[in-house]
Design a protein around this ligand. Structure first.
Ligand code: TA6
Length: 288
């Protein structure tokens, strides 16, 4: 069955053998296999029972990135609610040689309404091709709404790769904000990236602004490319040894991934009533 749907998980299988697994909890893609090899990192200590956001895979960050900084988001937890709510399976969009594609949706339920008062519509489309995974977040501001919807969105990819060898390009020349700096003032001061290839051999938590929308993630003998649309910024994160303080991180888990996260996180998307916005990423495995 190309699309298998249980009460907790949707599994996509492409005719050429690639697979993807999406938990309805947070619509977190927790597995993406191409040529039999897993491409995403999920901590073996991640809670998969809906008690907390998944430590790994592709969590969806919406409507705020990091701790809330907009008055509309003041009651929200870090990275918003999309990653910690149970979504609904909506429909199969496509099921053929080109790809297997499903749509999932999240309605404002009572819990969301208690922490977030803005009307919105939210759907997520996941498409699996032979060597490729696309994930698109669709945000709508209902026509009945009286004001613009202001939000941030980000796709928090945990890419399985050796963190002491992996490199990301092309970020050279971009402004970035270094969240590992000690003071708020230093965090708010933009730096300029001078490296042709960025590594995460030391603790890294960098928010690149107005980036290229095309990133190469490579390590010896392997690589993948990420193309983004409407997600103008990109975050590179790996905590190194600091990762041992993360409760649901497996032992030395930070050695096995790099987060490369396309998002709209500097400033806010402003969506007028009756309008839609789509943020998209396409991950493609290099031929091996
Ligand atoms: O996207 C990078 C980041 O914001 C880091 O600052 C780091 O805290 C990470 O996300 C994980 O956040 P989480 O809330 O999942 O522990």
């Amino acid at each position: 069955m190309p699309v298998e749907n249980t009460s907790t998980k949707v599994t996509l299988t492409h005719p050429k053998g690639s697979t993807a697994e999406i938990l309805l909890y947070g619509v977190t893609v927790v597995s993406w296999k191409v040529n039999g090899a897993e491409r995403l990192f999920v901590s073996s200590k991640a809670s998969l029972d809906g008690s907390k956001p998944i430590r790994g895979g592709i969590p969806v960050v919406f409507p705020c990135f990091g701790p809330p900084s907009h008055p509309d988001h003041s009651k929200l937890a870090q990275h918003g609610f999309a990653r910690s709510e149970t979504w609904k399976f909506d429909s199969i969009i496509m099921d053929n040689q080109a790809g297997v594609s499903v749509r999932l949706s999240l309605e404002p339920n009572d819990h969301i309404k208690s922490i977030y008062s803005k009307p919105f519509s939210l759907t997520y489309v996941v498409t699996l091709a032979e060597q490729q995974l696309s994930t698109d977040i669709h945000v709508g501001n209902p026509p009945t709404s009286h004001e613009a919807l202001e939000f941030q969105a980000l796709l928090h990819n945990y890419i399985r790769a050796p963190s002491d060898e992996v490199k990301v390009s092309s970020l050279k020349g971009l402004s970035y904000y270094d969240k590992t700096e000690k003071t708020e003032e230093a965090k708010a001061n933009a730096k300029t990236e001078t490296r042709d290839q960025v590594d995460v051999k030391t603790t890294t938590d960098s928010v690149y602004e107005d980036a290229s929308l095309h990133y190469k993630v490579t390590w010896p003998g392997h690589g993948l490319e990420i193309r983004a649309k409407n997600l103008k910024d990109v975050v590179i994160w790996n905590p190194q040894e600091e990762g041992s303080k993360i409760g649901d991180m497996e032992a030395e888990g930070w050695k096995r991934y790099i987060c490369v996260e396309p998002g709209f996180v500097r400033g806010f998307v402003k969506l007028e009533p009756g309008k839609f916005w789509i943020g998209q990423q396409v991950l493609t495995v290099d031929s091996e």
